[in-house]
Design a protein around this ligand. Structure first.
Ligand code: ATP
Length: 325
């Protein structure tokens, strides 16, 4: 569905001078430097996949997404999306994909979302029956009914994002680029948006490339991730494999009626002792044995086994320059 080969993008940026004299001089003699935002990346995404696109600020995620959506021309390399070359901007290409940017609105600010939906209906030449059917489905899934006729500017961020998603999906694109779709949303709304994306992908097999700084989005939605840093692709593969390779331990959370006085080092690395609860870092292969020792030898209320937080996995990927695949 999406094929990217040796893709690079550089920007030529004007170097601004700090001092007064240099600033005036630069009006006459401009100096430029080259920012290599994306450097020789290659990957493919199959129909129906949801792939997480991760990387720190300035890594090159948005630049890549914009090239995939045809908004930016690559400096070099090849892209095909659904068989089209994005920057040729063919009408058929526009009808098969959508780009949602959490930081940018595509809804018209001064009119209600329903009016934007009607504008999109005209732009994408959506048939009346299909429009009605799709709108009904999206209104139900995203709980939009009370929002449709309110001016967009009066909507909360979460309400607006739900309408943005509907606007992006009315023409039933086969490919969806989601750039930070949950940015700034409260935990409850993030959860709602996540559930919607998962359900929509299940029902329509939409191919989705998603960037997010919220690891909850990534763990809930993506089996596979691409990790980019300084414009270079560092990892393309299974999220679980990445977690197991970079953090070869699990967190064991044991709840006691009262915390026993034992040498925790015999069981794992002590992370925290709180009221009635002990957290240990235990090598993955020793987790079954250590858990059963606790259950056999101590009075235990509850025992939870968890993967380390995704934030830690990703932090290690950047620190260790992981080429895990
Ligand atoms: N239009 C532009 N002109 C000049 N430089 C740009 C332009 N767009 C992006 N860049 C630079 O390219 C690099 C990659 O930026 P990009 O927005 O793709 O990163 P990102 O991974 O999406 O970051 P974030 O997580 O902060 O959104 C950065 O150094 C950025 O400053």
């Amino acid at each position: 569905m999406i094929h990217v080969q040796h893709l690079s993008k550089s920007f030529r940026v004007h170097v601004r001078q700090a001092g007064w004299f240099d600033a005036v001089r630069s009006l006459f003699k401009r100096e430029y430097r080259i920012v290599e935002a994306v450097k020789d990346i290659s990957f493919s995404i199959q129909p129906g996949e949801i792939v997480g696109f991760l990387g720190p600020n300035g890594a090159g995620k948005t630049t890549t997404m914009k090239m995939l959506a045809g908004l930016l021309h690559p400096t070099s390399g090849e892209i095909t999306v659904g068989g089209f070359v994005p920057f040729e901007q063919k009408a058929e290409f526009k009808k098969m994909m959508s780009l949602v940017m959490g930081q940018k609105s595509q809804l018209i600010w001064d009119i209600p979302p329903m009016e934007t939906f009607l504008v999109n209906k005209a732009i994408y030449e959506i048939d009346d029956r299909v429009f009605r059917q799709t709108l009904d489905e999206l209104v139900e899934l995203l709980e939009l009914q009370p929002l449709l006729t309110k001016p967009t500017r009066s909507l909360s961020l979460g309400q607006r994002m739900r309408c943005e998603l509907a606007a992006a999906l009315l023409h039933r694109p086969a490919i969806l680029f989601l750039d930070e779709p949950t940015i700034g949303l409260d935990v409850h709304t993030q959860e709602k948006v996540r559930r919607f994306i998962a359900q929509y992908n299940r029902e329509h097999q939409t191919t989705i490339l998603l960037t997010s700084h919220y690891m909850g989005d990534v763990t809930a939605l993506c089996d596979r991730v691409l990790i980019i840093n300084y414009g270079t692709l560092m990892y393309d593969g299974d999220l679980k494999v990445l977690t197991e390779t970079l953090t070869p331990y699990k967190l064991l959370e044991i709840h006691f009626p009262s915390v026993p006085d034992v040498s925790w080092d015999d069981y794992g690395e002590l992370v925290a002792v709180e009221e009635g609860k002990v957290t240990l870092r235990v090598p993955r292969e020793q987790v079954p044995e250590v858990s059963s020792q606790f259950l056999r030898n101590f009075q235990v209320y509850d025992l939870n086994i968890q993967d380390p937080p995704m934030e830690e996995v990703i932090k290690r990927a950047f620190q260790e320059g992981a080429h895990v695949s």
